[in-house]
Write a protein that binds this ligand. Structure first.
Ligand SMILES: C[S@@+](CC[C@H](N)C(=O)[O-])C[C@H]1O[C@@H](n2cnc3c(N)ncnc32)[C@H](O)[C@@H]1O
Length: 497
């Protein structure tokens, strides 16, 4: 049943975080994913923002997933918390591959595929678009998570393209693995009409005014009558669909853009109108756009501001009058992303910025009584003395800033009797602002030393790893009990799979 309150969603951030945070169990009908791979050809192009500068978010995303150092913790998480099948497989792959970039990639994929399995409905399907360098390993991972029993097809998307002469065959296909979550998955078997060259519709067949193929049947003693080829040819697992060439109308300039015809076939075959289609690596939004077009509901995630901006434009351009409402949600990973969020939603930006310094939103705490303070951090000067609570007050500015903002924060700090004040700003801080902040002097902590009383941190600095200078917060963290680490129940390994 379609949910009337549903709104399509475009999430901005790492798909693992977004899925865990926002997407509930068994809520999606169809998943298509086209994860990035470290092919040097696309690597450089993909890393650019629209103004030609390097995209910090993408570089970080790639580096995190590509190098073993970034994947160790995830590998441990899988080994400790996953099903026995996946644990055994990852362990075997590790023994075979060692800790190299391929292992890092498979680890990053395994944890996400596990999450995708969770969000897929029992009647759902998943199509994993693979790079040939990793597809053989990815199929093992898919078998471990979705079960070899529910492997449906290895689809060959075949296309023509011309590359430089080399010492091997020209690459003219991609592989997509199609799995279902159970044997009750939606499948609207696609058919294509017989054409004059299909063999069936040969010279005996003609087309009527509606384009349907027929031939004349003659029987002794009867008037000749027409026999129609009614259903068309069942589509096989090799799909000749042209690549998006340089002059294609649908081309947006996103280096890894996939053709709409490919997504149309997948969405029509494996979902119904009103079904939820999900693309966790949505790039310039081919899946989203086709889903919108085919009256499906949709969810897309991408880690870059560039992709999210492109999708928004693409949707507005494609559907100027009948675009279904949608929301953009999530965390920027770079400065242009932060700017987009600030333009889009002042409050989301503020909450995100507060989180960067580990502050809690004031609105939640005091329901509007906080006069100019956006967030707070509380700490204990002395762990053993419950009366030694001190606070840091935080102000966030998404627009232009000047010296007077620092002066105002100074006043707010005095009123709130705050130990430290922080101004978090999207725009760079000017020299007079830095001077005004420095003039506020220091907060002298009896146990932890001196800290600048008024600190200015730009979003760029925070994204670059700079942190707020203050006494340690671990005392406060003690007020929240650390959740117990649990080991999930492991599946029995029965039979071969
Ligand atoms: C190969 S492209 C997808 C192209 C897409 N199929 C299209 O037609 O435009 C992969 C996308 O995944 C995004 N990406 C990479 N790592 C990600 C992550 N951890 N979470 C979300 N998106 C990610 C990249 O920014 C890139 O846009």
């Amino acid at each position: 049943m379609a949910d009337d309150s549903w709104v399509n969603k475009l999430y901005y951030g790492d798909n693992l975080d977004m899925m865990r945070k926002y997407i509930s169990d068994e809520s999606v009908d169809l998943i298509y994913l086209d994860p990035p791979f470290n092919s040097k050809a696309t690597y450089n192009v993909l890393y650019q923002e629209s103004n030609g500068t390097a995209s910090a978010a993408q570089i970080e995303a790639f580096e995190d997933t590509w190098h073993w150092e970034g994947a160790v913790a995830t590998y441990q998480e899988i080994v400790e918390n996953s099903t026995k099948k996946l644990t055994d497989l990852m362990h075997a792959l590790y023994q075979f591959l060692g800790h190299n970039d391929m292992m890092a990639y498979l680890t990053m994929m395994a944890i996400r595929l596990q999450e995708l399995h969770r969000v897929l409905k029992p009647t759902g399907s998943v199509y994993l678009h693979c790079d040939p360098t990793a597809s053989h390993y990815l199929k093992l991972v898919m078998d471990a998570i979705f079960s070899a029993k529910y492997f449906r097809n290895e689809i060959v998307w075949s296309y023509k393209r011309y590359t430089a002469k080399g010492n091997r065959y020209q690459r003219e296909h991609d592989i997509l693995f199609y799995y279902s979550k159970s044997d009750k998955s939606v499948f609207n078997e696609p058919r294509e009409e017989y054409g004059p060259k299909s063999g069936k519709a040969d010279s005996h067949y003609k087309q009527d005014e509606d384009g349907r193929w027929y031939r004349w049947q003659k029987r002794k003693g009867q008037e000749p009558y027409k026999i129609y080829l009614s259903e068309g040819r069942r589509i096989g697992d090799v799909w000749p669909i042209p690549h998006i060439n340089a002059s294609a109308k649908e081309r947006l300039g996103y280096p890894t853009q996939k053709p709409e015809a490919l997504l149309e076939r997948i969405i029509q075959a494996s979902s119904n109108e009103g079904g939820v289609v999900f693309d966790p690596f949505c790039g310039c939004g081919t899946t989203i756009s086709v889903a919108e077009h085919l009256h499906r509901r949709w969810i897309g995630i991408d880690i870059t501001h560039l992709a999210i901006t492109l999708i928004k434009r693409r949707l507005e351009d494609h559907f100027p009058n009948d675009l279904q409402p949608y929301e953009v949600i999530g965390n920027p990973k770079d400065l242009p992303g932060a700017q987009t969020l600030a333009d889009q939603d002042k409050f989301q930006f503020e909450w995100w910025a507060l989180d960067l310094v580990g502050a809690r939103p004031a609105r939640d705490r005091k329901k509007g009584a906080d006069k100019g303070i956006d967030g707070y951090i509380v700490f204990f000067e002395d762990e053993r003395d419950p009366g030694s609570v001190r606070q840091v007050v935080v102000q966030v500015k998404g627009g232009s800033v000047n010296r007077s903002h620092v002066a105002t924060l100074k006043g707010d700090m005095e009123r709130e009797k705050a130990a430290i004040g922080v101004l978090v700003t999207l725009q760079p801080a000017t020299r007079p602002m830095r001077e005004e902040a420095a003039a506020a002097g220091f907060y002298d902590s009896p146990h932890y030393g001196r800290f600048p009383k008024l600190q200015i941190l730009t979003i760029e600095e925070l994204l670059g790893g700079q942190v707020l200078k203050m006494p340690p917060r671990r005392q406060v963290d003690k007020t929240f009990k650390k959740a117990e680490k649990k080991t999930k129940k492991r599946e029995d390994q029965t039979g071969l799979f």
